[in-house]
Ligand binder design. Sequence first.
Ligand SMILES: [Zn+2]
Length: 333
Amino acid sequence: MVNFKEIGLVNTREMFAKAIKGGYAIPAFNFNNMEQLQAIVKASAETKSPVILQVSKGARNYANATLLRYLAEGAVEYAKELGWAKPQIVLHLDHGDSYELCKDCVDMGFSSVMIDGSSLPYEENIALTKKVVEYAHKYDVTVEAELGVLAGVEDEVQSEESHYTKPEEVIDFATRTGCDSLAISIGTSHGAYKFKPEQCTRDPKTGRLVPPPLAFDVLDAVMEKLPGFPIVLHGSSSVPQEYVDIINANGGKLPDAVGIPEEQLRLAAKSAVCKINIDSDSRLAFTAAVRQTLANKPAEFDPRKYCGPARDLMEELYRNKIVNVLGSNGKAE
Ligand SMILES: [Zn+2]
């Protein structure tokens, strides 16, 4: 058993309170390999942005749970080496699906866990979330819960259609579970195909899909019920079309991939939304750089020669999110 404080991590409590007051959001970037982590830490350290390193159950299975946890410990030291004297780094479990998994992460030094009971009946979601909160809070680990269902695919989490969060449930849920933050469903979605073409309109000039707007009325109603309570948005990649184009021009096949416009996320970041999850965009950046490099240099077989450019492109993406979308730069000097 190791407590997160021993390895230099922080939980989300103070970070979220500051973000809500300051009208910005904390980036929550998923990682499952070294290049991604290097890019996240470099972009955060250089912009002095607080950051949440997210690990999903799938990532733990892919990279090995022990290795991931030491990578996160290494991230803190690497951040200091880069000149970030007091790194504000959270290690967070994304979409924990059981009490046991959440407990295991708390015991391994995570500073924050998500228990996702959103697919369960309401009372079961409350009971499971409460149980996780009771364990996690003993070690000062913060807990994210979820109400409402997002559409899309993310590792083991899959849902055909979304159900917006019901604002009339949030006070009861937050009070009875004691959770520290709440992921809500207002029209964001997991994956690189967030909307079906029939849900979108098409820009007549570019032929590109234009997604439907987020349900800001639901967000407003939630904020009215729970003033100042930290709200989380999942599935908030923008699916940059320049990456999709590079992938498609170099042997890939991602027709009609579509995400959440950054303009809408900028608006959300100014509200009580204080954590915005971004995963697919970094996968797209990685794949775009690898495909382009290998297409241009077919004789290349040193992984460093194509993972290096992938790392650079991800770093550029993370910096853009921090500075131009979430506004978290300079908030962790
Ligand atoms: Zn999610």
